[in-house]
Design a protein around this ligand. Structure first.
Ligand code: PHE
Length: 343
């Protein structure tokens, strides 16, 4: 009897010292104490060896012990199952947190911001407009009335439901929106996305980005245009950058010129980016056509202006040597992670 009582006491102490924190150790506890071949069962089996008059007393002690072992089991089961004390206990609040990876700016945004910054220093402010534009703002006052053959220069996406609406083909539409509301002096640049119906390849895409500029005031001359763009090119590409103008045609400027810079990839010795000429075209420009000024009620005898438009992808290509236009929109992190903000 005494031996049995002592044993029970020892088991109690053993149980008290335990804290089965997970399902496996809890199951091990159940098998050891409460299983069909467990300790509780084997203790009950000992009763037959106890003197008869003690049987009742020892039965009571054993029942208490069984209840104690069972209630411990239920308590631990609830704790591991519901609130997972083991997982909580393992959490160390003093550890430093996981680092949050920070993103990088898209090269188009980087270059666009840089262009805005450079022209900002010359007093140009940013103007923005809608990407879904009406036919009028995109073409008509820019000297491109309906049926004008030059509309074919830009393969336009029209909105199926209403052909009066389109995806803007250039940000000149923003120039139109500004001239509609504002009187000279006007000095703006218009960065933004534009759309043209082109087959997607390394060299062409159905959307790209532009920054156009417009300066209208008294006595604005072609010399101002040249100096402004020359300043821009040197700020963007370095003081050794060279420019050249070639006569060109745009319906909204007269005279018009395309501007080339000396190839930043090969330095002028010839490569496939400059098609072995040493020069790369980066923008279209010209003196604002007097008719365009008159279209907005601006007196073309008093005011003159210049305008220009460049593709941001082209500037990026020359700055970062990106040779495939598709890379800009594929969202490949290996590509995007290489650009660290300079501005
Ligand atoms: N809008 C022209 C284009 O998209 C660019 C341009 C702007 C040319 C202003 C001259 C003056 O091709």
């Amino acid at each position: 009897m005494e031996q049995l009582l002592k044993q029970i006491e020892d088991y109690k102490k053993e149980i008290e010292s335990m804290t089965p924190g997970d399902a496996a150790s809890l199951e091990a506890y159940r098998i050891k104490f409460l299983g069909t071949k467990g300790i509780v069962k084997s203790l009950f089996a000992e009763i037959k060896n106890v003197q008869n008059e003690m049987k009742k007393e020892i039965g009571q002690v054993l029942n208490d012990f069984k209840q104690f072992a069972e209630s411990k089991y239920e308590y631990w089961k609830a704790a591991t199952g519901a609130s997972q004390p083991s997982a909580i206990n393992k959490f160390d609040p003093s550890l430093p947190g996981d680092p949050l990876p920070s993103g990088t700016r898209h090269p188009i945004s980087l270059v666009s911001n840089q262009i805005v910054h450079i022209f900002g220093r010359l007093g140009f402010s940013v103007a923005e407009g809608p990407e879904i534009e009406d036919d009028w703002h995109n073409f008509t006052p820019l000297n491109l009335p309906a049926d004008h053959p030059a509309r074919d220069m830009q393969d336009t996406f029209y909105i199926h439901k209403n052909p009066d609406w389109l995806l803007r083909t250039h940000t000149s539409s923003v120039q139109a929106r500004v001239m509609e509301k504002q009187k000279p002096p006007i000095r703006i640049i218009c960065p933004g996305r534009v759309y043209r119906n082109e087959t997607i390849s390394a060299r062409a895409h159905c959307f790209f980005h532009q920054t156009e500029g417009l300066y209208v005031d008294e006595k604005v001359s072609f010399a101002d245009l040249k100096q402004t763009l020359y300043f821009f090119v040197r700020e963007m590409f370095g003081q050794d950058a060279k420019i050249r103008f070639r006569p060109s045609y745009f319906p909204f400027t007269e005279p018009s010129a395309e501007m080339d810079i000396n190839c930043r990839i090969c330095g002028g010795s010839g490569c496939n980016v400059c098609k072995h000429t040493g020069w790369v075209e980066i923008l279209g420009s010209g003196m604002v056509h007097p008719k365009m000024l008159e279209n907005f009620g601006i007196d073309s005898n008093k005011y003159t202006g210049f305008a220009f438009g460049m593709g941001i992808e082209r500037i990026c290509q020359l700055k970062y040597r990106i040779n495939d236009l598709r890379l800009y929109s594929q969202n490949d992190l290996r590509f995007l992670k290489q650009f660290i903000a300079a501005v």
